[in-house]
Design a protein around this ligand. Structure first.
Ligand code: NAD
Length: 343
């Protein structure tokens, strides 16, 4: 049983904690918070020992009725693996602690590739992560791009990818972020960082990305155009998506054409936190002609990386020797069935 600590129990950390707690081969030995907020009470309700970054705040936690198990360092000492889900750029500052303790650690996409020296996506490079001390799970957008680009590359060969990311302005709980009434080019310059980030996992892929932020909290939407080396076949693309354990096909029959309807569907399905772990690719948008493939995919920013974190732990600790085994264990434990099997 691999002992996992979650350093940073926020949007990603709380989801990864629940996903790990659901697995048979790993367990959560603690989570960390900086202040006693609603998420800290969820940790208590779930039975996760609560550790804090700044021990001088211990009295504030205890006054709120939250028992403190110790410091972040105490938590890391007790773990085999640390999932660092602190905010972007904070994670890198924790690296000396993990090095000092000689622990395995994985970071999220808000950190640079260099923090771990290896960027992970289970469908693309699971085997290269086996036994590593440090791994970075790429961002939500990069995860969604890597999954589909890798499949298309294997089947038809990718000449070039052009992807436009329409990104959510904030996560639903973030009340201080925007925009409220603007489409913000982020960045104005082309390419955005997403293309180079895909290349940290798939170095040989030629890709140009553009990105903007819009006033929504639910999901990102990607408009993707791929030119292929061989002629691309629409039916085969649909089969690839249907057979992939982390990709979902939004079929015409569902009548869904927005992120709002997708999230409503996830809620009705009874998914925990209405999480969509899979790329949600709109069947009707799939256009294939000779060497050109176009489609829209929606990505649930809070969820797609969660299952990747679980697989990354299996690779780093040798709990699984290949991606298919780990992905099946992770998906089954979460009762996760990609959406095309629900409609
Ligand atoms: P978040 O702000 O929701 O959660 C971060 C948590 O870390 C908070 O609970 C905060 O209290 C805690 N924290 C802050 N400083 C800390 C410290 N020094 N020690 C311990 N805990 C500390 O952030 P998030 O959205 O979960 O993002 C975490 C990481 O995941 C980032 O790298 C981000 O880029 C990445 N990521 C986020 C999303 C998303 O959509 N939210 C998607 C994919 C990847």
């Amino acid at each position: 049983m691999i002992k996992v600590a979650i350093n940073g129990y926020g949007t990603i950390g709380k989801r990864v904690a629940d996903a790990i707690a659901a697995q048979k081969d790993m367990k959560v030995i603690g989570v960390s918070k900086t202040r006693p907020n609603a998420e800290a009470f969820i940790a208590k309700q779930r039975g996760y020992p609560l550790y804090i970054a700044d021990l001088s705040k211990k009295a504030a936690f205890e006054k709120a009725g939250l028992a403190v198990a110790g410091s972040v360092e105490d938590m890391c000492k007790a773990a085999d693996v640390i999932v660092d889900a602190t905010p972007g750029d904070v994670g890198a500052t924790n690296k000396p602690l993990y090095e000092k303790l000689g622990k395995k650690a994985l970071w999220q996409g808000g950190e640079d590739h260099e923090v771990a020296g290896f960027s992970f996506n289970s469908s693309c490079n699971f085997k290269d992560a086996i036994g590593r001390q440090f791994v970075r799970v790429v961002s939500c957008n990069t995860t969604g791009l890597c999954r589909i680009i890798h499949e298309i590359d294997k089947a038809f060969g990718v000449e070039h990818v052009h992807a436009i990311m329409v990104r959510r302005g904030s996560d639903p709980g973030e009340i201080k972020k925007g925009p409220i009434d603007a489409v913000v080019l982020d960045p104005v310059t082309v390419p955005s960082h997403h293309g180079p980030d895909v290349q940290t996992v798939l170095p040989h892929i030629s890709i140009t990305t553009m990105a903007m932020i819009v006033p929504t909290t639910m999901m990102h939407m990607h408009a993707i155009r791929i030119t292929t080396k061989k002629d691309v076949n629409r039916e085969k693309v649909i089969e690839l998506i249907k057979n992939h354990p982390r990709m979902g096909l939004v079929k015409k029959t569902a009548g869904i054409r927005s992120t709002a309807e997708l999230k409503e569907f996830a809620m009705d399905l009874g998914r925990q936190r209405a999480d969509l772990y899979e790329n949600c690719i709109f069947e009707d948008s799939i256009y294939a002609d000779k060497k050109e493939l176009c489609f829209f995919q929606a990505i649930h920013q809070e969820a797609d990386v969660v299952v990747e974190n679980v697989d990354a732990i299996r690779a780093m600790t040798g709990l699984a020797k290949d991606a298919a085994t780990s992905i099946k264990l992770t998906n089954d434990a979460l009762h996760f069935i990609p959406i095309q099997n629900n409609h």
